[in-house]
Design a protein around this ligand. Structure first.
Ligand SMILES: O=C(O)CCC(=O)C(=O)O
Ligand SMILES: [Fe+2]
Length: 268
């Protein structure tokens, strides 16, 4: 897909898939590298739905909010390699948080529940038609419905749907403790679509978009390297041609950060 089209899709639907342009042999290096981390890390029972959630920091790109994380140069590669792609997607004012996560569903692992990862729902910038926070997902194997590919509900980064009112907040905010029989968290929503990818493709998605996964019904693990990138500024991005919500124009530039994962008045 051309980057211009990918950008349009990211804005309109909340995600896009691009060729990650990994150098020859890098995919195998990342597989071997992540397998080693997975083998040498004690797995928490909290990781039931994600499969694993190992956080690692870069060396040249340290995780400022989390200085005690293990540092690994492979993380610097993952942070630095997409710079040209990000620029082609008009995301050049995004910066990595200095971490990547190894999220690996072992054979037979359950689905990941529906969730979104934006945590600034008290801030009018939640209404931005442009992304403020994106995840970059490198899947290290081809993915499909059988081995637990990503699922998304397009457009939900900016549009409220029935699911929003029924979801427990993800991960440490409640998701760890839900039951596998939870009807809403694992609802087979009619607007959901599968996002199968070829290994080495990169999925870039808006933190506000609802997403989850299928279970892994195969005998092989399905590993993902996930990194968060943030726009520091809250004003209209340079070159933005579209509308700007009046709530954003009226936003107090000194508004302090508050953590709130529950979409409120700024999701309509
Ligand atoms: O496993 C995946 O494909 C997605 C993981 C994810 O969205 C998360 O851990 O927040
Ligand atoms: Fe997520």
């Amino acid at each position: 897909m051309h980057l211009a089209d990918a950008y349009d899709q990211l804005i309109a639907e909340g995600y896009c898939i691009v060729d990650g342009g990994l150098p020859e042999g890098k995919l195998q290096t990342l597989r071997d590298w992540s397998d080693k981390w997975l083998a040498n890390t004690k797995h928490s029972p909290k990781w039931r739905y994600q499969g694993s959630d190992i956080h690692l920091s870069g060396i040249r790109n340290p995780a400022r909010r989390n200085p005690d994380l293990p540092k690994d140069e492979e993380i610097d590669f993952l942070i630095e390699h997409p710079a040209r792609l990000m620029s082609g997607l008009h995301l050049d004012d995004f910066r990595s948080g200095g971490t990547f996560q190894i999220i690996s569903k072992p054979a037979g692992a359950p689905a990941l529940y529906w969730h979104q990862d934006w945590a600034r729902w008290d801030d009018p910038v939640s209404m931005s038609p442009w992304p403020q926070q994106v995840f970059l997902n490198w899947y290290l194997t081809d993915t499909n419905r059988e081995n637990g590919c990503l699922r998304v509900i397009p457009g939900t980064h900016r549009r409220r749907i029935d699911l929003h009112d029924h979801l427990v907040q993800p991960h440490e905010s409640g998701g760890y403790d839900i039951a596998e029989t939870d009807d809403w968290m694992f609802f087979d929503h009619p607007q959901a679509i599968d996002i199968p990818v070829k290994a080495g493709q990169l999925v870039i998605a808006d933190a506000r978009m609802l997403h989850g996964t299928w279970p892994n019904r195969t005998a092989e693990r399905r590993t993902l390297l996930l990194g968060w990138f943030y726009r520091k500024a809250n004003h209209v991005p340079r070159g933005w041609q579209g509308d700007v919500p009046s709530e954003i124009l009226a936003r107090d530039p000194e508004l302090p950060f508050t953590w709130n994962r529950q979409p409120g008045a700024f999701l309509r």
